[in-house]
Design a protein around this ligand. Structure first.
Ligand code: AMP
Ligand code: GLY
Length: 426
């Protein structure tokens, strides 16, 4: 069968790499893809929100499965677009319809969903511009630091954590009244601050049955020791050593099952990944956020640990038969470290020639922001590539990753050398 993956990052390269190993695959298309996917799939220069051209591609190339990487086209209704189109409606799309994607598209919706289904999360209230005074009053009932979240998608920047009450009030006004995050902050969720260690859990569901995929931990800050600005993610480890069986049973019983049952109870059709951002407070799991896609760079460590044929897993999602599938995992650890452009997550330059890719031994390089220019691979994004390795534990895997990262270079390249630093005492 012919398959289309939508997206162009490390997540999509990893999904493509895994699906390319399937005997069920004929031709793999990636829209728009990157230099990494170009080496074994057909890149098509169509943007992820250009549904009309995606339709054209799917119909002319006889594509019978579509896997959506990023959240944007899901929140914009790509799955609904397929279902409403006579020529496309029977083609399975991996990724929820709008009714499910709103779990990521609206923080308020997600919080109300958790409330309704008794899923543990931080206490919260949400406010609009004409409820500013009530927002101030709610802030006064909380202990610092204060957590303010723009309701809508704000490119990962919509969460503010502020130590001071007056500052929190000023920022609340900036968000609600002065549209600090544009339309995304028309509504703001204010919530209790939870103190603990974060991890991510991924679930693949057909809307009724589900598989819990390996856990992962990502490192979002640009600087070592988790300092500096937030990024899309600088590295990841799977499995998470502190997510033991007892903890994961709590996650399953209190969070994963009620989430999937919640979809059924609320009539939310959901075929795709659920990415549950968790925080472990003492020994108890709480949900920080839902995303409706895989994480990046978590995908680069989660997917390589799955032994099943990914295309057959996706077919089971499409058919609603995920209950017939048993997940098989590689028991080794996987780690990835992301090489980024100098300056990222602020201004950076593209077009830097990347060398050393052909010298890698024992790791897989997933491209995140790269392009082919006259047969050369050049940088084309803030996060440029992610180097993934296996090992008996994360320390061993990291050694291989770092050894290979040293062989890769492009002008201005930077990566964190301390991925996993916080796991030593857990
Ligand atoms: P989000 O976009 O919801 O993932 O939030 C971004 C980051 O803010 C999370 O990864 C957490 O590190 C932090 N965060 C969000 N909500 C809370 C909370 N209630 N308590 C503590 N930290 C939080
Ligand atoms: N690495 C975090 C994310 O994909 O949102």
């Amino acid at each position: 069968m012919n398959i289309l993956i939508i997206g162009s990052g490390g997540r999509e390269h990893t999904l493509a790499w895994k699906m390319a190993q399937s005997e069920l695959l004929s031709t793999l298309y990636v829209a728009p893809g990157n230099a990494g996917t170009a080496s074994f799939a057909v890149n098509v220069p169509i943007s992820v929100n250009d549904f009309q051209n995606i339709k054209e591609l799917v119909t002319t190339k006889d594509i019978s499965l579509v896997v959506v990487g990023p959240e944007d086209p899901l929140v914009n209704g790509i799955h609904d677009f397929f279902l409403q189109d006579e020529a496309l409606k029977d083609i399975p799309v991996i990724g929820p319809q709008k009714a499910g994607a709103i779990l990521e598209g609206s923080k308020e919706f997600a919080k109300d969903f958790m409330d309704r289904h008794q899923i543990p999360t931080a206490a919260y209230k949400s406010f609009t511009a004409n409820e500013l005074e009530q927002g101030y009053a709610f802030l006064e009932t909380l202990q610092p630091p204060y957590v303010l979240k723009a309701d809508g998608l704000a490119a990962g920047k919509g969460v503010l954590i502020l130590p001071d009450l007056e500052e929190a009030k000023t920022e609340l006004k900036n968000m609600l009244v002065d549209a600090k995050f544009g339309q995304a902050s028309n509504k703001v969720v204010i919530e209790e601050f939870l103190s603990g260690i974060e991890l991510s859990v991924f679930v693949l569901t057909d809307g009724k049955n589900y598989l819990t995929l390996p856990t992962a931990k990502d490192y979002k800050r640009i600087g070592e020791g988790d300092t500096g600005l937030n990024t899309g993610g600088m590295g990841a480890i799977s499995p998470v050593p502190f997510a033991d069986d007892v903890f994961m049973q709590k996650v399953e019983d209190r969070i994963i099952k009620p989430t999937i049952d919640g979809f059924v109870k609320d009539n939310i059709p959901y075929k795709g990944f659920v990415f549950i951002g968790l925080i472990k407070v003492s020994e108890e799991p709480f949900v920080i956020e839902y995303n409706v896609r895989m994480g990046d760079p978590e995908t680069e460590v989660v997917i390589p640990r799955i032994k099943n044929d990914l295309v057959s897993l996706f077919k089971a999602v499409g058919n609603g038969t995920l209950d017939t599938v048993t997940l098989e995992l590689d028991e080794r650890s996987a780690t990835t470290v992301v090489g980024v452009s100098g300056g990222y997550p602020e201004a950076y330059e593209n077009g830097k020639v990347i060398t050393g890719l052909d010298t890698i031994e024992g790791s897989v390089v997933f491209h995140a922001g790269t392009q082919l220019r006259d047969q050369e691979v050049v940088s084309a994004g803030g996060r440029v590539l992610a180097v993934t390795s296996y090992g008996e534990d994360f320390r061993e895997a990291l050694k291989t990753t770092y050894k290979n990262l040293e062989k890769i270079s492009f002008q201005g390249m930077y990566y964190r050398k301390d991925i996993g630093f916080d796991l030593e005492n857990q």
